[in-house]
Design a protein around this ligand. Structure first.
Ligand code: KG4
Ligand code: ZN
Length: 369
């Protein structure tokens, strides 16, 4: 029992932590369909990064169902936290900062992780940092999965975040993120997932189509790259998706279950063309930004950053143009808490403690705001 007459430990003043030389950071991520908890140190070594995927729970619906996600986070979070601490060889008492994704994402899902993180930080009397999920992706390209310190983050750099919910091209300066282009409709991962679903392929569609496209021997069809007529650098993927649906109709692809290993070479080439069109669209905008303002370093991130063709072609582009391209480790491309911990620590180092009353879950939270 403490002085105030209850069993809760009293919060310790945040300011004492600014004197910590090498804090340990616990990250929590529950913005969509992965429940993840990680521990990193202040140099960005990933000490543990446990991800409990809900893919199976959502697969039968062909996409993420918000209520199912929130419930699964509630069930998975305690065990995920225990495993993350056990794997790092640490206990909660060793943790100095808690960093949780506060948005953008599914509000019910975000609330589970943020509330748990908030309770942990309060109970231990240590700072809580609210992290933007996209900022988490953005800086994930600097982390390594094998216990090495993170690569040095040198500003300014450009970031391309491509996931199931976002396509964002930004310039990152030391104290701000400047948005340069974003998608006006579907995100690239969403286009992969929707097209796969309409073809009867398993969810999530991105990795499935990636593997199918690798079997193509060339050929295929010309598909439209979404260009907006207003001179904007924004992305648009809905026209490409519609073109694919028309191709499916023409070829008698009805949406009945398809075995990815057993599809004919015509369809293999069609999926390869679709993937190529997405990568073309992304590279075209990167090139336009390079021409406009000169990219020195480009950090790729987000679930679609696992795509083989995107990684290979962006790396080749970087070599041609003399641009350093940071590709994230594949294990850190989809949602994970190591990235929340890392972005939270970078933010804390930059800005210091955030007042608790300013922290809340946000379903919308554009980068740079
Ligand atoms: O970042 P993420 O885990 O969640 C969001 O924040 O959206 O990204 C998930 C997305 C899904 O749409 C999935 O199909 C896509 O990333 N994805 C891929 C690949 N692996 C995952 N897309 C293309 N190629 C891949 N290899
Ligand atoms: Zn994500």
């Amino acid at each position: 029992m403490n002085k105030s007459g209850n069993d809760l430990p009293q919060p310790i003043l945040n300011s004492q932590f600014s004197t910590l030389d090498s804090p340990l950071i616990l990250g929590v991520e529950t913005s969509c369909d992965e429940t993840s908890v990680a521990v990193i140190d202040s140099e960005g070594r990933v000490l543990s990064n446990v991800i409990a995927s809900q893919v199976d729970a959502h697969a039968k619906y062909g996409g993420v169902v918000p209520e199912v996600a929130a419930r699964a986070h509630l069930e998975n979070l305690p065990g995920t936290l225990d495993r993350a601490l056990a794997r790092s060889g640490l206990s909660l008492n060793n943790i100095d900062i808690v960093s949780a994704t506060a948005g953008p994402g599914l509000i019910g899902a975000l609330l589970v992780g943020l509330s748990a993180a908030s309770a942990l930080a309060f109970a231990r009397g240590i700072p809580l940092v609210a992290v933007n999920h996209l900022e988490g992706h953005l800086f994930s390209a600097f982390l390594t999965p094998d216990g090495e310190p993170a690569r040095e983050v040198t500003y300014p750099f450009h970031g391309l975040v491509v996931s199931g919910g976002h396509a964002e091209l930004v310039r990152v300066e030391e104290d701000r993120v400047v948005p340069l282009a974003r998608t006006r409709d579907d995100a690239p991962g969403e286009a992969f997932d929707k097209v796969a679903r309409r073809a009867g392929l398993p969810y999530p569609g991105g990795p499935v189509i990636d593997r199918i496209a690798a079997r193509s021997r060339g050929g295929g069809v010309a598909l439209p790259i979404g260009r907006l007529g207003d001179g904007s650098k924004d992305f648009s993927f809905s026209g490409l998706k519609t073109a694919m649906l028309r191709e499916f109709e023409r070829r008698g692809v009805t949406g009945a279950k398809l075995d990815p290993e057993a599809i004919d070479s015509g369809l293999v080439d069609l999926f390869a063309s679709f993937q190529r069109a997405i990568v073309d669209a992304l590279l075209e905008r990167v090139e336009a930004v390079h021409e406009a303002e000169g990219i020195e370093r480009l950090a790729l991130s987000g679930g679609v950053a696992a795509n083989s063709e995107l990684r290979a072609r962006l790396a080749a582009w970087g070599e041609q143009r003399g641009v350093t391209v940071h590709l994230p480790a594949r294990a850190l491309t989809t949602d994970n808490a190591a990235m929340s911990a890392w972005a939270g620590w970078l933010r804390y180092r930059r800005e210091g403690p955030q007042p608790r009353e300013t922290i809340s879950a946000r379903s919308r939270w554009p980068l740079g705001s």
